[in-house]
Write a protein that binds this ligand. Structure first.
Ligand code: ADP
Ligand code: ZN
Length: 566
């Protein structure tokens, strides 16, 4: 059954899909032709021979003549009638018996057979292969990871035992695949696990455990395993994984961090060495409607503003960037500077209340995060979570407005929308934004395509499972200190280039030349410093920079990859 549906799915993809449309148009044309012939047949019969036939009889006659069956039960007895019947027969032969089968063969059957004959899955990699990344398991996170790996030109190979999947990946997504069972020792040897750079185990927890144990019996290549259930982390590590990555828990935490509301403490979202990265909502702070220059954040707190979030867009700010009430300021600084910032913003509101819609693994992780803050919350789910004993959820459908109202959603300051259905998430976001314009709404997108719709529905922050997952895995591969702001923005550290030593930040023109902004200046053993335009770049210091991967590359090209020029 699975094979048949997989084969049928072929006709709904790419070129075959377009051809299917063409076929439908052609069938429409044939239908129209039959109806015209049936009408003409009735008209000629009535006016030439005085015989009356029903429309159904007309259709029946047209089809039997066009298909050259010609039962002979209904025939013309006049010359014009014979001519008409001949025209119908010839057009039937051409349109039904020649063009239709020819079209079916050349547009569908031949390409399908050709693809089958052309595609021979690989079962091994050349013996000299090394430095490659092996990915086990294909899901939306893996697909984003493939894109990221390809864009950084890191060689990678996907292992799958699903012929259809390997065909699709190789033919349509240009991904290199080896077909085989992930836990077969011989197969693992054939894909050169021992000389691989990294292994991503992205199967179920039980399969990952098996895979890690098998790989460990062969070699020491580092493995990062994605863990579905946080309670399996220890087991996955025990089986030999160097990193166990509980993606759902991390995503839940991201949602939790971003759901608490205005006037709140600065929220630390990540750290980079001694630097804390925090997000502060502008709404409820003294900075509303000021430009960045007027807000004087660096002068008052010593922290650097490294970015501004506004409904889904992250920008690296300029002096005249306006701080609107809906935006969030992303800051970098030390723990003490963060405390100064908190004092500046004022006390945390005591009546914070967050609603969590969906108590799956992600909703549960968000609740756990809020437990620790502590921020009061209400969980709503239509089913009990069998893996959670710590939380009690209100049982019911979250799309039921009455239920939400009864549970007190009108008092909520924040909302986490995390069901496993994106349409439900979009609906819940839209209706909540409609009834409460100031609520802080954070939503999870199960597929990449729905990120934009969730923002359009009014979400303040959307976390896409796949892109967060892929970014975390990329960071592990590149041994970057964990930092995730958004796709396409990275924080990295570089020594001060020798060519700009002794210049001020302004004179070095690092930002106009590379696009990267300086987050902080670090001297070993000292507190990181938020640089002002006049700060002198001294030798031996490190720069913490923020920019896109392209800007990071440009920095490397301009100032050399370490050694010379540094
Ligand atoms: P994850 O574990 O990745 O968070 P799950 O599929 O386990 O994802 O969790 C999604 C949760 O959302 C499920 O517990 C499901 O019952 C819940 N859910 C889905 N639709 C609704 C809805 N309309 N109302 C309430 N809860 C819902
Ligand atoms: Zn729970």
């Amino acid at each position: 059954m699975k094979t048949i549906s997989a084969e049928l799915a072929y006709f709904l993809r790419g070129r075959a899909r377009q051809n299917l449309k063409l076929l439908l148009y052609y069938c429409g044309f044939l239908l129209l032709l039959i109806l015209c012939y049936a009408t003409l047949f009735r008209y000629l019969m009535l006016h030439l021979e005085g015989r009356e036939f029903s429309f159904v009889a007309g259709v029946y006659w047209a089809i039997t003549v066009m298909t050259t069956l010609g039962f002979g039960d209904i025939t013309f007895h006049t010359d014009i009638g014979y001519v008409f019947a001949t025209v119908v027969t010839i057009s039937g032969v051409v349109f039904l018996l020649i063009i239709l089968p020819f079209g079916l063969i050349s547009l569908f059957l031949a390409p399908w057979i050709e693809q089958r004959l052309r595609y021979r899955p690989s079962f091994s990699l050349p013996p000299e292969t090394s430095g490659h990344v092996l990915v086990f398991g294909v899901n939306p996170t893996a697909r984003v990871l493939f894109r990221n790996l390809a864009s950084r030109k890191i060689p990678f190979v996907v292992i799958t035992d699903d012929y259809e999947e390997s065909l699709r990946l190789e033919e349509e997504e240009d991904v290199r695949v080896v077909c085989g069972s992930p836990t077969d020792v011989k197969m693992l040897q054939k894909v050169r696990v021992d000389s691989a750079r990294y292994i991503f185990a992205n199967l179920s927890d039980t399969e990952n455990t098996n895979l890690c144990l098998t790989i460990r019996s062969l070699c020491k290549t580092p493995i990062a395993a994605v863990v579905d259930e946080p309670e399996h982390i220890d087991l996955v590590r025990l089986s030999g994984a160097d990193k166990a990555v509980p993606l759902q828990r991390i995503i839940g935490r991201y949602l939790g961090i971003r759901s608490t509301t205005c006037g709140a403490l600065a929220h630390v979202i990540d750290s980079f060495g001694p630097l804390q990265i925090a997000e502060v909502p502008v709404h409820g702070s003294p900075f509303v409607d000021m430009t960045l220059e007027q807000a004087r954040i660096r002068q008052q707190t010593g922290m650097t503003v490294i970015g501004i979030w506004d409904r889904g867009t992250f920008t690296v700010p300029e002096r005249d960037t306006l701080l609107s009430p809906s935006s969030l300021v992303v800051l970098a600084g030390t723990h003490d500077q963060l405390r100064v910032m908190e004092e500046l913003i004022g006390e945390q509101e005591t009546d914070d209340l967050v609603f969590i819609l969906g108590h799956g693994r992600i909703g549960c992780a968000a609740a756990r995060f809020l437990d620790r803050k502590p921020v009061p919350y209400v969980l709503i789910d239509q089913e009990e979570n069998p893996h959670c004993e710590s939380h009690i959820a209100v049982l019911g459908d979250a799309t039921n407005r009455h239920l939400l109202k009864k549970a007190g959603i009108d008092q909520a300051k924040g909302l986490i929308v995390t069901t496993n259905d994106d349409s439900t998430n979009i609906f819940l976001t839209l209706s909540s934004r409609n009834s409460n314009p100031h609520m802080r709404i954070v939503a999870r997108a199960n597929t990449e395509e729905n990120v934009a719709q969730l923002y359009a529905a009014g979400a303040d922050f959307v976390v896409s499972n796949a892109s967060v997952g892929a970014s975390i895995l990329m960071n592990i591969l590149e041994s970057k200190e964990s930092i995730f702001l958004t796709e396409g923005v990275t924080i990295f550290r570089r020594p001060v280039p020798t060519s700009v030593v002794g210049m001020s930040v302004n004179e070095s023109r690092l930002r106009p030349r590379t696009g990267c902004s300086i987050v902080a200046l670090e001297v070993e053993g000292e507190e990181p410093l938020a640089p002002s335009p006049e700060t002198i770049l001294r030798a031996g210091c490190s720069l913490v920079l923020i920019g896109s991967p392209e800007q990071e590359k440009k920095f490397g090209e301009l100032f050399g990859p370490g050694g010379e020029g540094w």
